[in-house]
Design a protein around this ligand. Structure first.
Ligand SMILES: Cc1cc2nc3c(=O)[nH]c(=O)nc-3n(C[C@H](O)[C@H](O)[C@H](O)COP(=O)(O)OP(=O)(O)OC[C@H]3O[C@@H](n4cnc5c(N)ncnc54)[C@H](O)[C@@H]3O)c2cc1C
Length: 463
């Protein structure tokens, strides 16, 4: 065991105990270790990785959780480089730049050129005109916090909101645009649109100023790895070695003069600092001292709707659709029983055996019934029926593998900032405690990586 993984003597506390072995918790422990501090990660389940769940089955490489990591912040790329993962990152196939939405039951490409904007059948002529009128017609912002749905409708019109925003929000949050807060869930959009009452003029102004100052928008890459996104937590866990403990059942966490005592699987561990990288429902159930436990009950009002992702394989000739894009998303008004279908083997070629293709069908989220409770026959009928209808499929699949998420992604609804304020308040009161992960700092994988790293460095006083 490297010296920095464990305290120098058994009675010495760890510098940092991390509860939760998802990407956020692993990144936190990795940051501590990089700075020469001792850290331990306590993970309840049998394997680290949390929502990241790659599986190999019958020659397919499938993702049960996230499919892509967006590299837009250079800090995430630097961090991947440190881990030796940047050189291995596989870019999404350029053919997957084309995205389909379902319109009248037909997969219809979203515009990718001026010609397809004007002449494509993705929206009515009136809807397109309303969209183009945004610089002159953008309504007044409401007095209080605004939902992304309200904001988008105000600027771009009803039809664009139903056609573009709705499936985009489904794709990221499996959420409801009228409940998600613009500032909490989409802070970058809010910031980019804040320079002028017209969002379009604001985006143009930012671009112009950036050009004038010689600055460039950081290159955005959508990536995975040869062994899927699971390679990310697997690499972190391998680096951390025995510092990552799985199947850990925390019985109690108590304060001590030097920090914290954690009773786990009947054993007592001590740590100077404690970092909790857990989803909201797990944070609220953690056996913390009564006062903290009481305060964290506020998190039980966070909604994390259930979601099921099903990896489905077919022989190529069974599917009529050319699968020439990222996938097809189903706007709510299409009233389908699925949220969308990703074309995995187009997005990252090589993920299906020769002559076959891999799809991922998602269902559930904020506005559909809970798919995690369906029995296998009902789920199969629903998934295959919808896929058949949308993509023109004949015959039975060669692979059908569901992964259920009873609490998939926390919804950053209107009022979500109050949870951030709660974490800030608890940290001020309790200097040895911090919170990281997708409950607090954004749900995208890149946010989680930076959340774990930054929060660990801050609490450990690492410059
Ligand atoms: C289906 C799905 C698709 C997604 N798609 C994308 C995508 O394409 N791109 C993207 O960027 N993001 C995507 N996301 C979001 C992203 O994957 C997550 O936000 C991110 O992985 C969360 O990481 P985390 O470490 O904060 O939390 P988690 O991954 O939830 O990890 C928390 C860990 O804590 C453990 N735990 C819980 N309770 C305890 C306890 N009492 N003691 C110890 N351990 C405990 C859990 O077992 C888990 O391992 C997706 C999420 C889902 C569910």
């Amino acid at each position: 065991m490297p010296a920095s993984d464990a305290p120098s003597s058994p009675v010495q506390p760890y510098d940092l105990a991390v509860v939760g072995g998802g990407v956020s918790g692993l990144s936190a422990a990795h940051a501590a270790r990089q700075a020469g501090r001792s850290a331990i990660v306590l993970e309840r389940s049998a394997a680290p990785g949390g929502s990241v769940h790659t599986l190999r089955r019958d020659g397919f490489l499938a993702e049960g959780g996230p499919h892509t990591l967006l590299l837009s912040d250079p800090r995430v790329s630097d961090w991947l480089e440190e881990l030796g993962l940047l050189a291995q990152a596989v870019d999404a196939n350029p053919a997957a730049a084309k995205r389909f939405i379902l319109r009248g039951g037909v997969p219809t490409p979203l515009p990718y050129s001026a010609g397809s904007f004007l002449f494509g059948g993705w929206m009515s002529a009136g809807g397109k005109l309303r969209l183009l009128a945004e610089p002159f017609r953008h309504g007044r912002p409401p007095a209080g916090e605004e939902s992304i749905g309200h904001w988008f409708r105000r600027h771009f019109g009803e039809e664009a909101a139903a056609t573009i925003l709705d499936p985009f929000v489904s794709g990221i949050y499996a959420g409801d645009p009228d409940q998600l807060s613009l500032s909490a869930a989409f802070p970058r959009i809010e910031e980019a649109a804040s320079r002028h009452p017209s969002a379009v003029r604001s985006f143009l102004r930012t671009a112009k100023e950036r050009k004038k100052s010689g600055g460039r928008r950081p290159k955005r890459r959508l990536v995975s790895f040869p062994e899927g996104l699971g390679q990310l937590p697997a690499t972190l866990a391998a680096e951390l070695g025995p510092a990552v403990r799985t199947r850990q059942d925390l019985q109690s966490i108590t304060r001590e003069s030097e920090g914290w005592r954690l009773t786990v699987n009947g054993e007592d561990l001590r740590a100077r600092r404690l970092l909790l990288a857990l989803p909201p429902e797990a944070l609220a159930r953690l056996p913390l001292p009564d006062d903290l436990h009481g305060e964290l009950q506020a998190l039980t009002t966070i909604v994390s709707p259930p979601l099921t992702g099903v990896a489905v394989g077919y022989r190529r000739e069974q599917i009529r659709h050319p699968l020439d894009g990222f996938g097809v998303l189903c706007p709510f008004r299409e009233r389908r029983k699925i949220l969308g279908i990703l074309f995995d083997s187009t997005l990252f070629p090589g993920r299906a055996p020769e002559g076959q293709v891999l799809l991922s069908v998602f269902l559930g989220g904020r506005r559909q019934e809970d798919p995690t409770v369906l029995d296998e026959d009902a789920l199969r009928a629903r998934v295959l029926g919808e896929a058949r209808d949308i993509l023109g499929i004949e015959g039975e699949p060669t692979l059908f593998h569901p992964v259920h998420w009873p609490h998939a992604i926390p919804q950053y609804d209107l009022g979500y900032h109050r949870y951030g304020e709660l974490f800030d308040r608890l940290e001020t009161r309790e200097p040895g405690l911090t919170f990281a992960g997708n409950t607090r700092d954004g749900v995208a994988l890149g946010n989680c990586v930076l959340s774990g790293k930054d929060r660990a460095e801050k609490i450990l006083g690492i410059a």
